[in-house]
Design a protein around this ligand. Structure first.
Ligand code: CTP
Ligand code: CA
Length: 227
Protein backbone atom coordinates (compact mmCIF):
# COMPACT_ATOMS: atom_id res chain seq x y z
CA UNK A 1 0.00 0.00 0.00
CA UNK A 2 1.43 3.36 -1.01
CA UNK A 3 2.12 5.86 1.77
CA UNK A 4 -0.42 8.66 1.96
CA UNK A 5 0.99 11.38 -0.33
CA UNK A 6 0.35 15.02 0.62
CA UNK A 7 -2.23 16.87 -1.49
CA UNK A 8 -0.43 18.44 -4.45
CA UNK A 9 -1.43 22.01 -3.55
CA UNK A 10 1.62 23.47 -5.37
CA UNK A 11 1.45 21.23 -8.47
CA UNK A 12 2.47 23.07 -11.64
CA UNK A 13 3.95 26.02 -9.73
CA UNK A 14 7.59 27.09 -9.94
CA UNK A 15 9.01 28.21 -6.62
CA UNK A 16 12.31 30.03 -6.04
CA UNK A 17 13.73 30.09 -2.51
CA UNK A 18 16.75 31.59 -0.77
CA UNK A 19 18.19 29.95 2.33
CA UNK A 20 21.09 30.07 4.74
CA UNK A 21 23.51 32.85 5.61
CA UNK A 22 25.73 34.78 3.24
CA UNK A 23 29.49 35.18 3.67
CA UNK A 24 31.10 38.52 3.09
CA UNK A 25 34.84 38.18 2.51
CA UNK A 26 37.38 40.40 4.24
CA UNK A 27 40.48 38.71 2.82
CA UNK A 28 41.32 35.24 1.47
CA UNK A 29 40.83 33.59 4.89
CA UNK A 30 38.19 35.66 6.72
CA UNK A 31 34.56 36.67 6.36
CA UNK A 32 31.59 38.27 8.12
CA UNK A 33 28.48 36.11 8.46
CA UNK A 34 25.68 35.12 10.87
CA UNK A 35 24.29 32.08 12.70
CA UNK A 36 21.69 31.05 10.10
CA UNK A 37 21.80 27.26 9.60
CA UNK A 38 19.57 27.15 6.50
CA UNK A 39 17.27 24.62 8.20
CA UNK A 40 14.04 26.62 7.71
CA UNK A 41 14.76 27.28 4.01
CA UNK A 42 15.73 23.66 3.34
CA UNK A 43 12.59 22.45 5.16
CA UNK A 44 10.52 24.76 2.93
CA UNK A 45 12.25 23.43 -0.19
CA UNK A 46 11.61 19.82 0.87
CA UNK A 47 7.95 20.48 1.76
CA UNK A 48 7.31 22.46 -1.44
CA UNK A 49 8.71 19.65 -3.60
CA UNK A 50 6.48 17.18 -1.72
CA UNK A 51 3.50 19.44 -2.48
CA UNK A 52 4.26 19.21 -6.19
CA UNK A 53 6.16 22.47 -6.84
CA UNK A 54 9.17 22.74 -9.15
CA UNK A 55 11.69 24.07 -6.63
CA UNK A 56 14.93 26.01 -7.12
CA UNK A 57 16.88 26.69 -3.93
CA UNK A 58 19.56 29.40 -3.91
CA UNK A 59 21.63 28.60 -0.86
CA UNK A 60 24.41 30.29 1.05
CA UNK A 61 27.07 28.13 2.73
CA UNK A 62 25.31 25.47 4.85
CA UNK A 63 26.00 21.87 5.88
CA UNK A 64 22.66 20.39 4.76
CA UNK A 65 21.83 17.88 2.04
CA UNK A 66 19.69 18.92 -0.89
CA UNK A 67 16.09 17.65 -0.52
CA UNK A 68 14.85 15.17 -3.18
CA UNK A 69 13.72 16.75 -6.45
CA UNK A 70 15.09 20.22 -5.57
CA UNK A 71 17.45 22.12 -7.91
CA UNK A 72 20.16 23.76 -5.81
CA UNK A 73 22.32 26.76 -6.70
CA UNK A 74 25.18 27.47 -4.28
CA UNK A 75 26.39 31.01 -3.60
CA UNK A 76 28.54 32.68 -0.95
CA UNK A 77 28.00 36.44 -0.84
CA UNK A 78 24.87 38.60 -0.88
CA UNK A 79 25.89 40.01 -4.27
CA UNK A 80 26.15 36.48 -5.70
CA UNK A 81 22.77 35.55 -4.16
CA UNK A 82 21.22 38.70 -5.63
CA UNK A 83 22.57 37.86 -9.12
CA UNK A 84 21.46 34.20 -8.87
CA UNK A 85 17.92 35.27 -7.88
CA UNK A 86 17.50 38.06 -10.45
CA UNK A 87 18.69 35.71 -13.22
CA UNK A 88 15.96 33.19 -12.40
CA UNK A 89 13.05 34.92 -10.65
CA UNK A 90 11.11 35.91 -13.79
CA UNK A 91 10.61 32.20 -14.55
CA UNK A 92 8.94 31.58 -11.18
CA UNK A 93 5.42 31.92 -9.76
CA UNK A 94 6.42 32.21 -6.10
CA UNK A 95 9.52 33.64 -4.41
CA UNK A 96 10.32 32.97 -0.75
CA UNK A 97 13.24 34.87 0.81
CA UNK A 98 14.32 32.78 3.76
CA UNK A 99 18.03 33.62 3.65
CA UNK A 100 19.69 35.65 6.39
CA UNK A 101 21.39 37.99 3.93
CA UNK A 102 24.26 40.02 5.40
CA UNK A 103 23.07 43.63 5.39
CA UNK A 104 26.60 45.00 4.91
CA UNK A 105 29.86 43.76 3.39
CA UNK A 106 33.44 44.98 3.78
CA UNK A 107 34.04 47.98 1.52
CA UNK A 108 37.21 46.31 0.24
CA UNK A 109 38.27 42.69 -0.03
CA UNK A 110 42.00 42.51 0.64
CA UNK A 111 43.78 40.34 -1.94
CA UNK A 112 46.29 39.29 0.72
CA UNK A 113 45.69 38.10 4.27
CA UNK A 114 45.36 41.16 6.50
CA UNK A 115 48.28 41.22 8.94
CA UNK A 116 48.17 42.10 12.61
CA UNK A 117 50.37 45.13 13.26
CA UNK A 118 52.58 45.71 16.29
CA UNK A 119 51.65 49.37 16.76
CA UNK A 120 47.86 49.13 16.39
CA UNK A 121 45.60 47.68 19.11
CA UNK A 122 42.44 48.66 17.26
CA UNK A 123 41.13 48.01 13.79
CA UNK A 124 38.27 49.77 12.02
CA UNK A 125 36.33 48.01 9.28
CA UNK A 126 34.43 49.99 6.71
CA UNK A 127 31.24 48.29 5.53
CA UNK A 128 28.91 49.09 2.64
CA UNK A 129 25.25 48.10 2.24
CA UNK A 130 24.37 44.97 0.28
CA UNK A 131 21.53 44.88 -2.27
CA UNK A 132 18.15 44.03 -0.74
CA UNK A 133 17.25 40.92 -2.75
CA UNK A 134 13.60 40.57 -1.79
CA UNK A 135 12.95 44.30 -2.22
CA UNK A 136 14.38 43.98 -5.75
CA UNK A 137 11.98 41.10 -6.43
CA UNK A 138 9.08 43.09 -4.91
CA UNK A 139 9.87 46.00 -7.26
CA UNK A 140 9.57 43.91 -10.45
CA UNK A 141 6.71 44.76 -12.81
CA UNK A 142 5.37 41.21 -13.01
CA UNK A 143 6.60 40.05 -9.65
CA UNK A 144 5.97 36.54 -8.41
CA UNK A 145 3.92 35.98 -5.25
CA UNK A 146 6.58 37.18 -2.82
CA UNK A 147 7.04 35.92 0.74
CA UNK A 148 9.57 37.34 3.20
CA UNK A 149 10.81 36.44 6.64
CA UNK A 150 11.52 38.80 9.50
CA UNK A 151 13.70 37.82 12.43
CA UNK A 152 13.12 40.32 15.21
CA UNK A 153 14.01 40.66 18.88
CA UNK A 154 11.61 43.52 19.81
CA UNK A 155 8.41 45.07 18.38
CA UNK A 156 7.98 42.02 16.12
CA UNK A 157 4.60 42.96 14.62
CA UNK A 158 5.50 46.57 13.90
CA UNK A 159 8.77 45.69 12.15
CA UNK A 160 7.21 42.80 10.22
CA UNK A 161 4.35 44.95 8.89
CA UNK A 162 6.81 47.69 7.99
CA UNK A 163 8.84 45.16 5.92
CA UNK A 164 5.66 43.75 4.31
CA UNK A 165 4.77 47.21 2.97
CA UNK A 166 8.20 48.70 2.33
CA UNK A 167 9.47 45.69 0.36
CA UNK A 168 6.09 45.20 -1.42
CA UNK A 169 5.70 41.62 -0.19
CA UNK A 170 2.52 39.55 -0.45
CA UNK A 171 3.20 37.83 2.86
CA UNK A 172 5.73 37.93 5.70
CA UNK A 173 6.56 35.28 8.30
CA UNK A 174 7.90 36.81 11.50
CA UNK A 175 9.78 35.03 14.23
CA UNK A 176 10.82 36.32 17.61
CA UNK A 177 14.47 35.29 17.81
CA UNK A 178 14.77 36.57 21.38
CA UNK A 179 12.92 33.40 22.52
CA UNK A 180 15.28 30.53 23.33
CA UNK A 181 15.16 27.34 21.24
CA UNK A 182 13.48 28.80 18.19
CA UNK A 183 14.55 30.53 15.02
CA UNK A 184 18.23 30.96 14.17
CA UNK A 185 20.10 27.67 14.17
CA UNK A 186 17.39 25.90 16.20
CA UNK A 187 15.43 22.79 15.18
CA UNK A 188 12.07 24.30 16.10
CA UNK A 189 10.42 27.56 15.22
CA UNK A 190 7.18 29.50 15.65
CA UNK A 191 5.92 32.09 13.17
CA UNK A 192 3.32 34.80 12.91
CA UNK A 193 2.35 35.22 9.27
CA UNK A 194 1.01 38.59 8.10
CA UNK A 195 -0.58 39.65 4.82
CA UNK A 196 -2.77 42.54 3.74
CA UNK A 197 -5.58 42.65 6.29
CA UNK A 198 -5.01 39.38 8.13
CA UNK A 199 -2.60 37.19 10.10
CA UNK A 200 -2.13 33.60 11.27
CA UNK A 201 -0.19 32.18 14.21
CA UNK A 202 1.82 29.03 13.43
CA UNK A 203 2.72 27.59 16.85
CA UNK A 204 6.11 26.20 17.90
CA UNK A 205 6.95 22.98 16.07
CA UNK A 206 9.72 21.33 14.10
CA UNK A 207 10.72 23.25 10.99
CA UNK A 208 9.37 20.68 8.48
CA UNK A 209 5.84 20.75 10.01
CA UNK A 210 6.03 24.51 10.17
CA UNK A 211 7.14 24.66 6.52
CA UNK A 212 4.11 22.56 5.48
CA UNK A 213 1.71 24.85 7.36
CA UNK A 214 3.32 27.96 5.90
CA UNK A 215 3.13 26.52 2.36
CA UNK A 216 -0.58 25.69 2.84
CA UNK A 217 -1.12 29.37 3.60
CA UNK A 218 1.07 30.43 0.65
CA UNK A 219 -0.83 28.14 -1.76
CA UNK A 220 -4.12 29.51 -0.49
CA UNK A 221 -3.12 33.18 -0.71
CA UNK A 222 -1.40 32.63 -4.06
CA UNK A 223 -4.65 31.32 -5.54
CA UNK A 224 -6.74 34.18 -4.08
CA UNK A 225 -4.24 36.71 -5.43
CA UNK A 226 -4.45 35.26 -8.97
CA UNK A 227 -8.22 34.62 -8.89
N1 CTP B 1 16.52 40.33 2.70
C1 CTP B 1 17.02 40.30 1.42
N2 CTP B 1 18.17 40.98 1.11
C2 CTP B 1 18.82 41.67 2.06
C3 CTP B 1 18.32 41.71 3.39
C4 CTP B 1 17.16 41.01 3.68
O1 CTP B 1 16.43 39.66 0.54
N3 CTP B 1 19.94 42.33 1.74
C5 CTP B 1 15.25 39.62 2.98
C6 CTP B 1 15.36 38.44 3.92
O2 CTP B 1 15.65 37.25 3.21
C7 CTP B 1 13.98 38.43 4.55
C8 CTP B 1 13.58 39.90 4.57
O3 CTP B 1 14.40 40.54 3.61
O4 CTP B 1 13.03 37.76 3.74
C9 CTP B 1 13.74 40.56 5.90
O5 CTP B 1 15.07 40.41 6.35
P1 CTP B 1 15.52 41.20 7.64
O6 CTP B 1 16.98 41.01 7.88
O7 CTP B 1 14.56 40.84 8.76
O8 CTP B 1 15.19 42.71 7.21
P2 CTP B 1 16.09 43.95 6.87
O9 CTP B 1 15.34 44.72 5.86
O10 CTP B 1 17.48 43.55 6.51
O11 CTP B 1 16.06 44.78 8.21
P3 CTP B 1 16.86 44.58 9.61
O12 CTP B 1 17.91 43.50 9.43
O13 CTP B 1 17.43 45.92 9.90
O14 CTP B 1 15.79 44.17 10.60
CA1 CA C 1 18.84 42.24 7.81
Amino acid sequence: VAALAPAQTLAGLRLLLTAGPTREALDPVRYISNHSSGKMGFALARAAAELGAEVTLVSGPVTLTTPPGVTRVDVESAEQMHAAVMERVRQHDIFIGCAAVADYRPAQISAQKIKKTADNDEMVLQLVKNPDIIAAVGALANKPFTVGFAAETVDVEQYALDKLHRKRLDMIAANDVSRAGQGFNADDNALTVYWQGDRRELPLSDKLSLARHLLDLVADRYRSSRA
